[in-house]
Design a protein around this ligand. Structure first.
Ligand SMILES: Nc1nc2c(ncn2[C@@H]2O[C@H](COP(=O)(O)OP(=O)(O)OP(=O)(O)O)[C@@H](O)[C@H]2O)c(=O)[nH]1
Ligand SMILES: [Mg+2]
Length: 355
């Protein structure tokens, strides 16, 4: 049975529909809107499993009894647990200070403190749900960039799956011409997700592959063209120039392309990966982030420094290695999932939420 056969149409259609929606904050029909948070919430729980386990064990320790005196020791421990999620000292200080202002010297219940923490986290993220929007006329061209091994090719497979499952025609450009294995990897994903793939010979100019992929997209009236690229560092000038060349070439074919330049970040690198990625993002004018491998780390708080340091939205998060393991980033559900393992959660029984 292929991955597409196993693909839950019902569950994923809601995510897919959002991706197609033209509004930055999609206006879903009531029934879908009701179903959407559930599906997304489950995905975030999957992706934030490690982070929320860490966070919630510590939180339970913080609130041993019904009420808890908010004193210096409490505030210090709250700060320490926030820091462990890799959200950074700035955001953790802001949250701690707010809790101090509101509750210091009083006996507080966990629910009230967590409500404050969540509200502040949401304010720190300061973004709405921002799916990749397909252009109204002609194909949408998406260029995918990032450092080595961040999850670019896998994220491309997931995005492709999102589009093909809605009946969109997708052409992939195998722009990572360095390694034969990279082309093979994308070819397998193209087969599984029902996309066409345009390849070049090993060592071929990635811009020529991009050109052919866009040309094929136009010739076949496909809806989406997604271009894979080799991993690179911002300091590798020739490789950064190569990205600029890809942009120039495809702009000659479609004047407003690429419509999206997606920066794929590796969540497991936590804050360490960010300073480099920031320069990268500015150099190639990225339009959005896919935060891959969220499931592989307890550093899920890294989404906050990403939001604070990058001027672009987090569009999706990767929550596993399968094509369906992609979640449209929705701050509210994300924050709820972070704390979903606390005793106040609805159906918590140990680790029963794990997939
Ligand atoms: N657990 C998990 N693993 C992921 C996720 N996304 C990617 N990976 C894994 O991360 C590894 C690298 O992913 P790739 O997609 O090959 O990364 P890349 O950026 O294309 O790598 P290069 O082309 O070598 O620069 C693979 O083993 C993927 O299966 C995710 O969301 N969760
Ligand atoms: Mg790759």
């Amino acid at each position: 049975m292929g991955i597409l056969d196993r693909f839950s149409k019902k569950k994923d259609a809601t995510v897919a529909d959002r991706a197609r929606d033209a509004d930055p904050v999609p206006d879903l029909p009531a029934a879908e809107a009701a179903a959407e948070p559930k599906s997304l919430f489950a995905r975030f729980r999957q992706g934030l499993k490690k982070t929320s386990q860490l966070l919630n064990t510590d939180i339970r320790d913080l609130f041993k009894s019904e009420g808890q005196l908010v004193d210096d020791d409490f505030l210090r421990r709250l700060f320490a647990l926030l820091i462990r999620t890799d959200m950074g000292t700035g955001p953790a200080t802001e949250i701690r200070d707010e809790i101090q202002r509101e509750f210091r010297g009083r006996v507080a219940v966990m629910e009230d403190v967590l409500d404050r923490v969540k509200a502040r986290l949401l304010a720190l993220m300061e973004q709405e749900t921002r799916p990749i929007e397909l252009v109204d006329k002609g194909p949408t061209v998406i260029l995918v960039v990032g450092v080595n091994g961040s999850g670019k090719t896998t994220s491309i497979a997931k995005l492709t799956n999102l589009f093909t499952s809605q009946g969109k025609k997708v052409v992939l450009g195998a722009g990572d011409t360095f390694r034969a294995a990279a082309v093979e990897q994308l070819t397998v994903w193209a087969g599984r997700t029902g996309a066409e793939i345009i390849k070049g010979k090993q060592g071929a100019d990635p811009a020529s592959v991009a050109h052919r992929a866009v040309a094929h997209t136009l010739e076949t009236s496909a809806d989406v063209c997604i271009l894979d690229t080799a991993g690179r560092l911002q300091t590798q000038k020739n490789l950064m120039d190569e990205l600029a060349k890809i942009r120039r070439v495809i702009r000659n074919q479609i004047p407003d392309a690429p419509h999206e330049v997606i920066l794929v970040l590796d969540a497991t690198a936590g804050q360490n990966g960010l300073s480099q990625a920031k320069g990268f993002s500015e150099a190639v004018e990225c339009t959005g982030v896919v935060l891959a491998k969220l499931d592989g780390t307890a550093k899920g708080g890294v989404v906050i420094p990403i939001r604070q340091q990058f001027k672009i939205p987090v569009k999706y998060v990767g929550v596993g290695e399968k094509v369906e393991d992609l979640a449209l980033f929705a701050p509210q559900q994300f924050v709820e999932a972070l704390f979903s393992d606390t005793p106040r959660g609805e159906e918590q029984k140990g680790n029963s939420h794990q997939k």
